[in-house]
Design a protein around this ligand. Structure first.
Ligand code: SAH
Length: 247
């Protein structure tokens, strides 16, 4: 049997936002590997082995997947959203780069998914309609000073900014520091979108001006989008958007 490895994105939560390509790969798979809540989104069936693992060991999980595919298994590594955005695809390629020569010959595919910032933006209107950037606020894999410098420069460049991983129990203060940096550069009317658990039953969207944004408005399931200087709410509606042109 010829093994393969697909690194798939399950989208932000709603079943309708899982792509047909990902559904087809899961239907052919013998093994599914991923962080516990993501593997829980895959329906069990005969012939499919589920390998839920803890989030902290991404590289080990990647090596495990590569070992299984080398042994002839059909393996899907699952991430939420898109697997290339702060998720498993880069971890698998890092394992390939530093790992066994046989891994370089494997059939490896990345199957895209709808990433959280795009799902959140669509729910709110079109806040990412002009130039934007994405920053991971987690300091697990990079120094806090790098995060703060990127936020500062992104604000100066007047990007809309999507902040992934804004808050966790291990890092209760990261988002407060980020908001403080943005307040120094951005005007008081800057809208901030807190979008929680988008496309699930627990979805909650809140838009506040930057001075009213507080770290406790976000948790691990929230993405925070800070608008550019042009981003605004259309009066009388709930629509947040950024025009495509500059004045
Ligand atoms: N690969 C994922 C991101 C993983 S990082 C993707 O492409 O979406 C995890 C972070 O993504 C969370 O802390 C949160 O900021 C964001 N996130 C993931 N799913 C979300 C959802 N349904 N609603 C809001 N934010 C979400």
């Amino acid at each position: 049997m010829t093994g393969w490895l697909a690194i798939a994105g399950l989208g932000p939560g709603a079943e309708a936002l899982v792509t047909p390509e990902v559904t087809a790969a899961l239907a052919e798979a013998t093994d599914v590997i991923g962080y516990i809540p993501y593997v829980a989104r895959v329906a069990p069936r005969d012939g499919l082995t589920l390998h839920p693992t803890d989030n902290r060991v991404e590289i080990d999980r990647a090596r495990h997947a590569l070992d299984l595919a080398t042994a002839g298994r059909r393996v899907v590594v699952v991430s939420s959203g898109d697997p290339g955005v702060f998720a498993m695809a880069a971890a698998v390629f890092e394992a390939i780069e530093h790992g066994l020569p046989a891994w370089r010959a494997l059939d490896v595919r990345v199957l895209p998914g709808i990433t959280a910032m795009l799902a959140a933006a669509a729910r709110a209107g079109a806040p990412l309609g002009h130039d934007f950037c994405a920053i991971n606020l987690s300091d697990n894999l990079k120094p806090q000073a790098v995060i703060e410098r990127r936020l500062q420069l992104a604000a100066e460049a007047d990007f809309a900014i999507a902040c992934y991983n804004p808050r966790s129990k291990a890092r209760p203060d990261g988002l407060a520091a980020a908001l403080a940096i943005l307040r120094e550069t951005c005007a008081d009317d800057r809208p901030v979108l807190f979008a929680r658990a988008v496309t699930t039953r627990e979805e909650r969207l809140t838009v506040v001006p930057l001075p009213e944004a507080r770290a406790d408005m976000a948790d691990m399931r929230t993405i925070v989008i800070i608008g550019s200087s042009r981003t605004r709410l259309i009066p009388g509606t709930r629509f947040l958007y950024t025009p495509r042109s500059l004045p």
